[in-house]
Design a protein around this ligand. Structure first.
Ligand SMILES: [Zn+2]
Length: 92
């Protein structure tokens, strides 16, 4: 059995379990009865944490269209830590 995702425009996605290769391109929404199209997703990415899924998609896209750096990025400003007790210290 495999899990197939379908998406209804009004109710959102739902999952259908069927034998591999038997998924229909359109299924009936269990909530409202409207037809919902099959939602093709990368394997297991719908259950992967968002940050990891985003990293995987960026990695996959970099093979075809790598991001090219054309200039040195500006130096990041580091915030200066201010401790109120510093004002009580003796000045040189
Ligand atoms: Zn629906």
């Amino acid at each position: 059995m495999a899990s197939y995702l379908y998406r209804c425009g009004a109710c959102g996605p739902w999952e259908v379990h069927r034998p591999i290769g038997t998924a229909e391109p359109v299924s009936t929404c269990p909530a409202c009865g409207a037809p919902g199209r099959r939602w093709y997703t990368p394997p297991l990415l719908n259950r992967t944490p968002a940050a990891e899924a985003s990293a995987r998609l960026r990695e996959e896209a970099s093979g075809d269209a790598p991001a090219v750096t054309t200039a040195v990025p500006p130096a990041a400003r580091r915030p200066v830590a201010r401790d109120p007790r510093w004002s009580a210290l003796p000045r040189p």
